[in-house]
Design a protein around this ligand. Sequence first.
Ligand code: TYD
Ligand code: MG
Length: 467
Amino acid sequence: MPATRSVYVCQQCGASSPRWSGQCASCEAWNTLVETVVSRAANAGANAGARSARARERAASAGSAAISPIGGVSSAEASRLPSGIGELDRVLGGGLVPGSIVLFGGDPGIGKSTLLLQLAGRLAAAGHATLYLTGEESASQVRGRAERVGAVVDGVGLVASTDLATAVGAIEASAPALAVVDSVQTFASAELGGPAGSVGQVREVATRLAEVAKAGATCVALIGHVTKEGTVAGPRTLEHLVDAVIYLEGERMGTTRLLRAAKNRYGSTDEVGVMEMRSDGLVEVADASRFFLESDQPPVAGSAITIALEGTRPLAVEIQALVAPAGYGSPRRATTGIDVNRVLMLIAVLARHAGLNLTGHDVYVNVAGGLRIEEPAADLAVATALASSLRERPVREGTVLAGELSLSGRLRPAARAERRMAEAARLGFDRMVTGPERGSSGARPPAGQLVAAADLRDALREALVKD
Ligand code: TYD
Ligand code: MG
């Protein structure tokens, strides 16, 4: 290894300084200096400014690159390793890619250690050696959890350390198929002065482990206590250093856990995985599409079902709304699982285009089952749930809703309406109210199943039971 030293690099302008200070001397930004390891060789290169441009060009061409014909390079697809956990494979894009580094983020206590220990156990059981590096818990704590989740398997190695060099050494020495590093915040390089978890350390740990992954065939799974909103040592710092970022989400008190990719160099980012936390670890949900339906009872006022498309997977989801007379002051609008601003817009559209005024009412909207819905095709179900609650009339039995509402009250059909209807039919629904069709594609559903409504008023007439 080359001799190393560290400098402080400004995260805003890139200027480096040998000492830390609160303000960058170059761009004058505050609190942007982060300690970074540089090797002597790289440092000498950085000082080459005095050399002539020609000399630098010569130096660059001297380190000749190995050129490979593109057809001769093996693709990541060929060597993918199925993880043994279907819902995880779906989100990864088909399995783990050897030589890659994946960040698993999520709130503390959500189940990251559990999931990755299970993964280590599954792979080992399938004959692929794995290594679990724990900086967070003691070896005996990990062993205790392994007993619960069935990961006490030959082929799972355990290292308890917080030293980056030890972790790197262990991975290089054993070259496992998977190395879990739990967590990026607890490992630290002795070459940096900062404490474990500081931005400089987190970057160094991720950078070094990415190098180790790329140099061999090990897939490094890096655990990080980060959320999408997190900043300091969060995804902003780490996202571009890793190949994929997978978030484990869910309500701490609930048992549903969703896996989502925020970045994926080897697959799409719009698939979700659905798992459930049980006493023996995270288990895959057998029929995810049915999972988010609260009950199979006849509909009640304030509830509407939509078929959401998460990636390529249709999920039936119940939207619940409660509209109640407001007390003094401005009425409350609270949502879980859906953007409150989208609901505010739908409240305005209901008032203006369906004559349903909610000004004097508190409004609560909830997406059942802990799912978070982003797609506008859920608009119609939200508006219908609100109207249903206000008018105390349930949605007609067997009816689902999918369509985007415009500010003018017009309804646009949901993308891939046929696909959604097919799923609804599988779950026992017989009609879907949606927008007017725009040159449909694919298999036509049986006549009468897709009800095309031109606008919100029309859709509500079709959706709600008559008086
Ligand atoms: P953990 O994997 O430690 O979370 P993280 O690594 O993301 O911080 O999981 C913590 C929670 O999961 C803990 O509150 C207990 C619960 N749990 C179960 O319900 N069942 C189990 O089998 C295990 C191992 C944990
Ligand atoms: Mg943990």
